[in-house]
Write a protein that binds this ligand. Structure first.
Ligand SMILES: [Zn+2]
Length: 98
């Protein structure tokens, strides 16, 4: 069975340099900030809230992940697949308004 298109549309970069590169080259992209104790939060790629240089402690803490994609729908599909307990509820960052 072929994978749904969303499965290949998200990327994750544990390496800070690769992550920074993706943000620089995808100014119209989106980043899902997965947090240990609260629902995932959707940001625009350019939002300072998902800049690891600005918030190194929070973004690199245990359980924190940043999922990158060109589309919001791919990130919603990622949540539905990877975090079924959170359902399809994805909060949007009030600062960047994705
Ligand atoms: Zn934001």
């Amino acid at each position: 069975m072929p994978e749904p298109v969303e499965a290949s549309a998200t990327e994750e970069f544990p390496d800070d340099a690769e992550y920074g590169w993706w943000r620089d080259t995808h100014p119209d992209g989106f980043i899902l900030a997965v947090r240990a104790r609260s629902a995932p939060l959707l940001h625009r790629a350019v939002c300072p809230e998902v800049d690891r240089d600005v918030h190194p402690g929070r973004l690199r803490s245990k359980g924190a992940r940043q999922i990158c994609s060109d589309t919001k729908s791919a990130l919603r599909a990622w949540v539905a697949r990877e975090l079924p307990a959170d359902g399809k509820l994805v909060a949007r960052c009030p600062k960047c308004g994705p």
